[in-house]
Ligand binder design. Sequence first.
Ligand SMILES: NC(=O)c1ccc[n+]([C@@H]2O[C@H](COP(=O)([O-])OP(=O)(O)OC[C@H]3O[C@@H](n4cnc5c(N)ncnc54)[C@H](OP(=O)(O)O)[C@@H]3O)[C@@H](O)[C@H]2O)c1
Length: 301
Amino acid sequence: MKILLLGANGQVGWELQRALAPLGEIHCCTRLEADMACPAAVRKVVREIAPQVVVNAAAYTAVDRAETEPERAMLINAETVGELAAEVRRLHGWLVHYSTDYVFDGSKPGYYTEEDLPAPGNVYGRSKLAGEQAIEGAGCRHLTLRTSWVFAARGGNFVRTILRLAREREQLRVIADQVGAPTSAELIADVTALALYRLANDKDLADRASGTYHLVASGETSWHGYARLVVAEAQRHGAELKTTPERVLPISTTEYPLPASRPANSRLDTQKLRNLFGVTLPPWQTQVKRVVSELVWREKT
Ligand SMILES: NC(=O)c1ccc[n+]([C@@H]2O[C@H](COP(=O)([O-])OP(=O)(O)OC[C@H]3O[C@@H](n4cnc5c(N)ncnc54)[C@H](OP(=O)(O)O)[C@@H]3O)[C@@H](O)[C@H]2O)c1
């Protein structure tokens, strides 16, 4: 299988470099080789490589900055994605693309399914939804994988921010009225590789699999519950912290205003993905513990 990976330096892209390697010939591109703000450059790269699969892990992910840069967010997350999808269709290939819980406004009680109508509440969410729609419009075979609250041992993410703050401050105040599932870049990459392997080896599956799927770890928590686990695990591994899990205090969304509004409910139902691809999605705590352990170990060595 010849795969073109875009966004190879991001949290998910970095893990994809590892997870996709056993599937065949991987061509990894960062912003330097394929700038998603330049659709023509991306088209050129796809034409030169002519892959069977394009995995797009590149995105404009600065959720708050997007509020003041809507055109750029739209260009990277939607316009270029549409171009990419058109190229993939021309090649009769597959496009794997990642989207977000932020396509929903969070007002639904319970878990969102792929059938629920998106209604993004911020610019980033609107640009990601436009990307999903551009793929549908281009008509290529695709897996659009919506995920949430992504973290990894590298890159900018909540786990690393909480660890830094826990070293600097005696008390942390973290939002407790937004719920979702922290999902590791590792899990997203591994499930992507497994799905591609299954598509390549099961024609019947490949004939009916094109579409949108929710891909998140199982279980749910708030940012506050998530932060408490990060601090507790770091403490258990002997990290030098100023705070303790008990001193991670719950606050409401209104007490921590941000430029972009976030959904109160980010819970995504994963039954469609689990049933069709036969994957098991581990509890969110499993990977949070792994990543915290790795980060603390790194700090000590
Ligand atoms: N992070 C989350 O919490 C989250 C939640 C839900 C869904 N998602 C989705 O999951 C996917 C992967 O996200 P992630 O967490 O891995 O994001 P990330 O760590 O921010 O990585 C995004 C990557 O996109 C690249 N990129 C940005 N602008 C680019 C451009 N103009 N041209 C080429 N590359 C560009 C970045 O390159 P540089 O390294 O050069 O900046 C970076 O490598 C995205 O589709 C995102 O929307 C993320």
